[in-house]
Design a protein around this ligand. Structure first.
Ligand SMILES: Cc1cc2nc3c(=O)[nH]c(=O)nc-3n(C[C@H](O)[C@H](O)[C@H](O)COP(=O)(O)OP(=O)(O)OC[C@H]3O[C@@H](n4cnc5c(N)ncnc54)[C@H](O)[C@@H]3O)c2cc1C
Length: 462
């Protein structure tokens, strides 16, 4: 009889299109599905609060799916470096399979575990599952990673269509005596005192089914996506980001569902371009492991950021800046764990260029509050907005939050949703409210703060 296989799941919390799981099923013998909560920051950046809330729901849903197939999810907490071999030994396993991950500490851990387990005589295989192209497949002629998005996209698309997604394995036989598992609730991933997750529960369904529903909804709305994706009130984007971040939906499934819905390629180009930003950012992360805390442009190491003032930072975090689009976005984030992309750009620009606060403060807040917080996408986008990254928005391009609000939320619909104290104002008044009881006056002068940012930028350039 074939000895068991252990499938160690990480950012790939799904049964369909899961190459490691499929390989284990094809190998024959029992399959042990393992998830390890390893909070060692030297390996993986620990998840923030909203992301931990998501993880609980995702693991609960995965456990249900496995149970309905006569299998089980084994949960363990601690150092994966010792837990994975221990579970393999308990299961009498002959093989350990996983899908690749991309933070530097994760890649190091995977490489050393691979050689340790192979040293013990186990078959160990890792698979490409979370990106359409592996970072090392999309390289310049000189072998270096691309620093410019448009060039990256040309090279990535020249590789041709991504492989077809895999079905859920027909059978996942459980071992007769499965390794013991922690109880998910004991991990305390859900907030209790206070329970701030009501808005998250109302907004999201973590798990593979929730992600599949979002994907199905998108394929019927690609035209709308193309027209309205920049309008925060339209709710025209896919909201797939937390599902992609946790691997409940694979980019291959997304790619093929979208291209099948639009075989002539008339309405899907914009969406696929966004999906490729995710790929580009992962390519950046593997080339620059310190993407989340080091300026990619070293000149910015000398940038005269304002000294950290907790009161100023808190007004931004809580949506009390006096600029409606910034405040609406920050409150959407706090309440639902997600913010519309256009508004993410405006709130980030406001922090960095109007308040002159170091982008890393903003990145950390987003990391804690976003359900989709992602080591590549969050850091790369913050560096893009701040102008400190590779292929960034130029530093001198400072978003004006009032003009952005008039342009992308002309009727003030989005503002009224998140700022009840302004709901009585008409479209002419709501973008620049004056003297409204309960709503703060603007915390900075836009013109003066913009000029100060440009002076600060001049001081480090040239
Ligand atoms: C300051 C800032 C921080 C951000 N932090 C994150 C983050 O932590 N995690 C995250 O997934 N996205 C992040 N983004 C990118 C983007 O805002 C979100 O991916 C998008 O809003 C998610 O909503 P959606 O799934 O409806 O997007 P859609 O427009 O439907 O896009 C589909 C998918 O494409 C990818 N995508 C879209 N836009 C981008 C982008 N600009 N960069 C990279 N991938 C993109 C995402 O995986 C997204 O789910 C950030 C953007 C900014 C400006």
């Amino acid at each position: 009889m074939t000895a068991a296989s252990v499938v160690w799941l990480r950012d790939d919390l799904r049964l369909s299109d899961n190459p490691a799981l499929t390989a284990a099923a094809e190998r024959g013998g029992p399959v042990v599905v393992l998830f390890v909560l390893d909070d060692d920051p030297a390996v993986t950046r620990p998840r923030g609060g909203a992301s931990r809330w998501w993880l609980h729901g995702s693991l609960a849903s995965l456990a249900d799916e496995l149970r309905s197939r006569g299998s089980a999810l084994v949960l363990r907490r601690g150092s994966a470096a010792s837990i994975v071999p221990a579970v393999a030994a308990e299961a009498g396993a002959g093989a350990v399979f996983w899908n690749r991950r991309y933070e530097a500490g994760e890649r190091e851990q995977d490489a050393s575990l691979k050689s340790a387990l192979r040293g013990q005589g186990l078959e160990v295989r890792s698979f490409a599952a979370s990106l359409l192209s592996e970072p090392e497949q999309v390289r310049r002629a000189d072998g270096e990673p691309y620093g410019v998005y448009s060039a990256y996209v040309r090279a990535a698309r020249a590789l041709g269509a991504p492989r077809e997604p895999l079905p859920v394995p027909a059978a996942l036989p459980a071992p007769s005596v499965p390794p013991s598992s922690d109880v998910l609730e004991d991990w305390e991933l859900l907030p209790t005192s206070p329970d701030w997750a009501a808005g998250l529960r109302d907004t999201w369904t973590p798990g593979e089914r929730g992600g599949g529903d979002r994907l199905a909804a998108l394929t019927g709305r690609l035209e709308e996506y193309g027209h309205d994706r920049d309008l925060p009130a339209a709710d025209a984007t896919s909201r797939l980001s937390p599902h992609l971040r946790n691997g409940e939906v694979s980019p291959h499934q997304v790619w093929h569902a979208v291209t099948a819905a639009d075989p002539a390629g008339r309405s899907s180009g914009k969406f696929l371009g966004e999906l490729l930003w995710r790929e580009f950012n992962y390519s950046l992360l593997t080339a620059h492991p310190r993407l989340g805390d080091e300026n990619l442009r070293p000149a910015f190491d000398r940038f005269p950021w304002n000294p950290a003032d907790p009161a100023v930072l808190e007004r931004w975090q809580r949506g009390r800046t006096g600029f409606p689009l910034v405040d609406a976005g920050m409150r959407q984030l706090w309440t639902t764990g997600w913010m519309h992309n256009r508004v993410r750009m405006v709130t980030a620009s406001f922090l960095v260029k109007n308040l002159l606060i170091d982008w890393r403060e903003g990145e950390r807040w987003f990391w804690d509050t976003l359900v989709d917080s992602d080591p590549a996408n969050n850091a790369a986008n913050w560096q893009w907005v701040a102008g400190t990254g590779i292929d960034p928005a130029p530093y001198f391009r400072v978003f004006n939050p009032v003009l952005q609000s008039r342009k992308f939320d002309p009727e003030g619909t989005y503002l009224r949703t998140w700022l009840p104290e302004l709901a009585h104002l008409d479209a002419a008044a709501i973008h620049e409210p004056r003297g409204v009881t309960g709503y703060p006056v603007p915390m900075v002068d836009l013109k003066a703060s913009r000029a100060a940012a440009l002076r600060a930028f001049d001081s480090i350039s040239g």
